[in-house]
Design a protein around this ligand. Structure first.
Ligand code: HEC
Length: 154
């Protein structure tokens, strides 16, 4: 391999680590998946200094709570759903401020209105719309967790 080919492949490896590092919640998920070992490797490069951002923590909370909501909707004839205030999706400090642009804010508003519709009418259909909006933003900003979010849909 020529030197330039080697540096291109190193670049791609680094890029893919960056993408996966937008998926830091995999450790809190018991399900083993193929990206988790790579993810742990990516986390360990930042060692004890690794600290999730305010936005990353909010995202984890959204993911966990909406996963629970999905279980209720699926298994419980009279679902006990607790709703939360996720308005911090706009304004929370992110890991990477470059990702938070006008497009992010627009997507976040679309997401909040989908979540409000779900609050008003907590149907499976509206739940799926919330999840589709999560995925839409992630396609643009943070592709790592898309597979996991897709799994939450009915
Ligand atoms: C408006 C855009 C947007 C929407 C909507 C959105 N996300 Fe995110 N998500 C992000 C960004 C940007 C990050 C990276 C946050 C950071 O690292 O600071 C992220 C990070 C995450 C993470 C990884 C958190 C971590 O531990 O690093 C998960 C999981 C996640 N989102 C799940 C969801 C789920 C589930 C939904 C819908 C219920 C959702 N997201 C909706 C943009 C979005």
């Amino acid at each position: 391999m020529s030197n330039s080919l080697i540096s291109i492949s190193i670049l791609f490896t680094l890029l893919s680590l960056l993408l996966i590092s937008c998926n830091g919640e995999s450790k809190s998920n018991e399900q083993a998946n193929t990206s988790s070992s790579i993810q742990n490797a990516a986390d360990s490069t930042s060692g004890v200094l690794y600290k999730p951002s305010e936005l990353a923590l909010l995202m984890r909370q959204m993911h966990e709570e909406l996963e629970q909501t999905g279980i209720e909707l699926k298994d419980n004839p009279e679902p006990q759903i607790s709703f939360a205030d996720y308005s911090g999706i706009i304004g929370s400090t992110p890991t990477n401020p470059d990702e938070i642009d006008a497009n992010y804010d627009a997507m976040a508003r679309v997401w909040l209105s989908a979540y409000n519709e779900f609050k008003e009418e907590p149907s499976r259909e509206n739940y799926n719309k919330v999840m589709e909006t999560c995925v839409a933003c992630h396609k643009h900003n943070c592709p790592g967790p898309i597979g996991k979010i897709e799994k939450l849909k009915f």
